[in-house]
Design a protein around this ligand. Structure first.
Ligand SMILES: [Zn+2]
Length: 421
């Protein structure tokens, strides 16, 4: 007994092990805020934080030094609109995923999707609904946080909320119960469902302000103004943001007036609606990539002029930017392959947004919109979520695909410098 006590006392007497330090020396640093990259900067990581970044950072004696010649070091990218529980619709239609894929299968896929996302340099995702996979996103988030499987930090919307009758799958005998892509709620019950999803672990609330009531119909509003306003109020009072699917002008208008934090899609937004968005400080996740990919699945070969729905999406993006709406980087990935998140960045740049602005949207911009004050920039004190890519993505946005090193929470998650050889 005395020996044990002595050993325990000895253990406590040992000095605390200093956390490992890592000095990164890239060709340049894109810091997430300044559109111009900094040449000659080094970044010192200690534990899970950035300890220093700048031109005069010296390596402490204990630091491991990693040289990244020809590469740009930048903040870990933040995906603003993902569905880790979906896989591309040209593999399996959305209806068939929701109706016929067992939860365990969908979860197994989601584990792979999370890994692919992190390996692509996306260290945070805002996952906007499991689309029928219940609260499995909360389990995945926990598995990632506990280090059981690799993946990005997840902000989750869990089941998401739709008006009764508005969301699919559809086309069954009336009264037959089929799995749905989200939880139905209306009227006063809507507030109860907002609270129950938050209670079950949702980091934010996702509402659908409009949708196609029947197959082949155009989208029309779902929730009333009063319903949206009450739902947003209940979420905000619980400290949760609200993301609203809105493609029609009227759905967008109601969501803006309700106090939504972000709108998703915005296809039929008018200049007046985008002005209202800007006035109310509501950000837009344009999801250019989802429209592009779905249209290709239906046969578009990418030749211009693009089909009308693609042109509509592009002009909405341009109108939102012209009105001064803050642009979130969110592609609706899951409609297309996880790990191909860069597609949205490329399409934003192709529509005239300067590459550096696109990168700011995908880092400090999304961090600010989602109220994530601990990440999104290469700054002392922030989380050490970093990615190094070959080349200069502020000159050519597609350089974000040439990932060489991914660091999440101070740990190396991908090191292509050795893995590829
Ligand atoms: Zn979505």
């Amino acid at each position: 007994m005395r020996l044990i006590l002595t050993l325990v006392a000895l253990l406590f007497a040992l000095p605390v092990q200093a956390q490992d330090a890592l000095l990164l020396r890239p060709e340049r640093v894109f810091d997430g805020i300044d559109p111009r990259p900094h040449t000659g900067w080094s970044v010192l990581v200690r534990g899970n934080r950035i300890e220093a970044a700048g031109p005069d950072v010296r390596a402490p004696a204990d630091a491991r030094v990693i040289d990244l010649p020809g590469q740009t070091l930048m903040p870990g990218l933040i995906e603003g609109h993902s569905h880790l529980f979906l896989h591309p619709y040209n593999e399996t239609s959305w209806d068939d995923q929701v109706l016929h894929e067992p939860l365990a299968l969908r979860t197994a896929r989601a584990v792979n999707h999370a890994r692919a996302t992190l390996m692509a340099g996306f260290t945070t995702v805002r996952d906007l609904g499991t689309e029928g996979a219940g609260y499995a996103d909360a389990g995945l988030r926990r598995a990632i946080n506990e280090g059981i499987v690799p993946g990005p930090r997840m902000l989750i919307a869990s089941r998401a909320i739709v008006a009764t009758g508005a969301y699919g799958p559809k086309g069954f005998e009336p009264g037959v119960e089929v799995p749905l892509g989200a939880e139905e709620a209306d009227g006063a019950d809507l507030v109860r469902v907002v609270r129950s999803q938050i209670g079950a672990g949702a980091d934010l609330v996702k509402l659908y302000a409009d949708y196609r009531w029947g197959p082949g119909e155009p989208s029309r509003p779902t929730f009333s103004q009063a319903e949206l306003t009450e739902a947003v109020e209940a979420a905000h009072s619980a400290g949760r943001q609200v993301a609203v699917h809105a493609g029609t002008a009227e759905g967008m208008r109601r969501a803006i007036l309700a106090g939504a934090d972000t709108l998703e899609h915005g296809d039929a937004g008018t200049p007046e609606i985008f002005r209202l968005m800007a006035e109310h400080g509501v950000a837009l996740c344009p999801t250019l990539a989802a429209t592009d990919q779905i249209t290709r699945y239906r046969g578009w070969d990418g030749v211009e002029p693009a089909p009308q729905n693609v042109l509509t999406k592009r002009s909405a993006f341009a109108a939102a930017r012209a009105a001064g709406v803050e642009i979130c980087m969110g592609g609706d990935v899951g409609v297309y392959a996880h790990g191909n998140n860069a597609l949205e960045l490329e399409l934003m740049a192709a529509q005239g947004m300067p590459a550096a602005e696109v990168l700011i949207a995908a880092t400090s911009g999304n961090a600010a919109i989602f109220d994530l004050t601990d990440r999104g920039a290469v700054r002392a004190g922030l989380l050490a979520d970093l990615v190094a890519v070959e080349g200069d993505p502020t000159a050519d946005i597609s350089a974000v695909r040439a990932v060489r090193l991914v660091i999440k929470d101070g740990q190396i998650a991908r090191d292509e410098r050795t893995a590829a050889r």
